[in-house]
Design a protein around this ligand. Structure first.
Ligand code: AFD
Ligand code: MN
Ligand code: MN
Length: 406
């Protein structure tokens, strides 16, 4: 099956070209009025790419059912072909993130070539020790890298090292490690010992990393373990990444936090510590829903990008996040969802670029207050005024009283 023919794209574009040119020109004028150069923003957005997860082009499912779609990819070559179409049309996804063993194939050189033919390269490679494969000697039912049984841990370590070897052949520069290890009941797992075993296993994987590789540790609050997970949150992830060394960083999957957690703050903390590996973009309402990026909470995505653009703007040391989608398309055509999600990520990046940081930081709000007759520095002026001291003298303290909640 070939890619979509150029003439089809041209014919489609022909009908819309005039409007796009007019709208772009108008937007350029509008932004110029705000001292934003549209060409600069355009170049930054054009240089931005987000990786496609190979598993995202297949139809996803829930634990209740999966409803297969028509023309689903049968193997990694089919998946690459779908990724090629996504990149051909939307031009925002130049790389693919593989998942081993789901994407195992017999000839990695052939696969690398097939990707290049589609205009694609490979991003981080993902290991899988959260499910058992046929013929596997030791089961991961009760854990993998943190299993109490040394032979099971060794098998999981060997699998990750094999992923590095595969990644090396296809041009990946990072290994993403997410484990489903954890417990379903209080008392089932010794928290400290499980974390120690995780460190012991990941140290062996870390030692096998090529010099120019990074290791991405992905935390997740729950699922499939629903009482506790070993790498539950960014704190655990940060501890592990710090213990391992400079090449280990923390990957933030937007769906892997409790509801209402301030993810952009986590992003800022990790960026400041030089430990932000990158992202798995998706959206959610309740848990690891893996819905299309920006479809439920676009403002949350904006706030994340606001931190990213600020960190790049301020040249935070070691700031080089990898961007990937990680979604499950259960009811849509995965190609459509991935194209619109990539565009949504791109759009959000553009919006964050439009924020005038210098003005936001100082001048704008100060000027607004000054114009309105207020103080340039309200807190400074308030403290200098002695207002509170005077109020305390004029209003005697009430002794006792109820709670602070009214
Ligand atoms: C998990 C994680 C992880 C993993 C994926 C598999 O997000 O990135 O690779 O699902 O589908 O929840
Ligand atoms: Mn993920
Ligand atoms: Mn997930």
């Amino acid at each position: 099956m070939a890619q979509i023919h150029r003439s089809i794209i041209d014919a489609h574009n022909d009908g819309l070209l005039r409007h796009v040119r007019n709208d772009y020109e108008h937007l350029g004028e509008q932004l110029a009025r705000r001292n934003v150069d549209i060409e600069t923003v355009r170049a930054q957005v054009a240089a931005f790419g987000v990786a496609i997860p190979s598993w995202g082009v297949g139809t996803g499912g829930t634990r209740f059912a999966r409803f297969p779609g028509p023309g689903e990819p049968r193997n990694v070559f089919d998946k690459l072909q779908d990724c090629g179409v996504i990149q051909q049309l939307a031009r925002a996804t130049p790389t693919v993130s593989l998942h081993i063993p789901w994407d195992k194939c017999s000839d990695w050189t052939e696969l690398k070539q097939a990707a290049a033919n589609q205009g694609l390269a490979f991003d981080a490679i993902n290991s899988n020790t959260f499910s058992d494969q046929k013929g596997q000697a030791h089961s991961y039912k009760f854990g993998s890298l943190t299993h109490t049984d040394a032979a099971t841990r060794a098998q999981a370590v060997a699998h990750n090292i094999e992923c590095i070897e595969i990644g090396r052949q296809i041009g990946s520069k990072a290994l993403t490690v997410w484990v489903g290890d954890g417990s379903n009941f209080p008392g089932q797992q010794h928290f400290r010992r499980a974390f120690d075993r995780y460190l012991d296993s990941t140290r062996q994987i870390y030692a096998a990393l090529p010099a120019d590789w990074r290791m991405f540790l992905e935390h997740k609050i729950c699922e499939p373990a629903f009482y506790s997970t070993v790498i539950q949150d960014w704190g655990s992830s940060f501890l592990a990444a710090s213990a391992l060394g400079a090449k280990a960083q923390c990957l933030v999957d937007l769906g892997h936090h409790a509801p209402n957690v301030n993810i952009e703050l986590i992003v800022a903390r990790l960026a400041a510590a030089g430990k932000l590996a990158g992202f798995h973009f998706n959206d959610s309402k309740y848990g690891d829903d893996d819905l299309d990026a920006g479809s439920v909470a676009p403002y949350r995505l904006f706030l994340v990008f606001n931190e990213l653009v600020a960190a790049a703007h301020e040249r935070v040391a070691g700031f080089a996040p990898a961007y990937m989608l990680d979604q499950s398309h259960n009811v849509t055509d995965p190609i459509e969802s991935l194209m619109t999600s990539a565009a949504q990520v791109q759009r959000t990046y553009a919006q964050a670029l439009l924020v005038d940081r210098a003005a936001l930081d100082a001048a704008l709000l100060q000027r607004v207050r000054l114009d309105a007759g207020g103080a340039i520095d309200p807190v400074g002026a308030y403290r200098a005024s002695g207002y509170r001291r005077q109020a305390a003298e004029e209003r005697p303290a009430v002794v006792g009283g109820g709670g602070g909640i009214v």
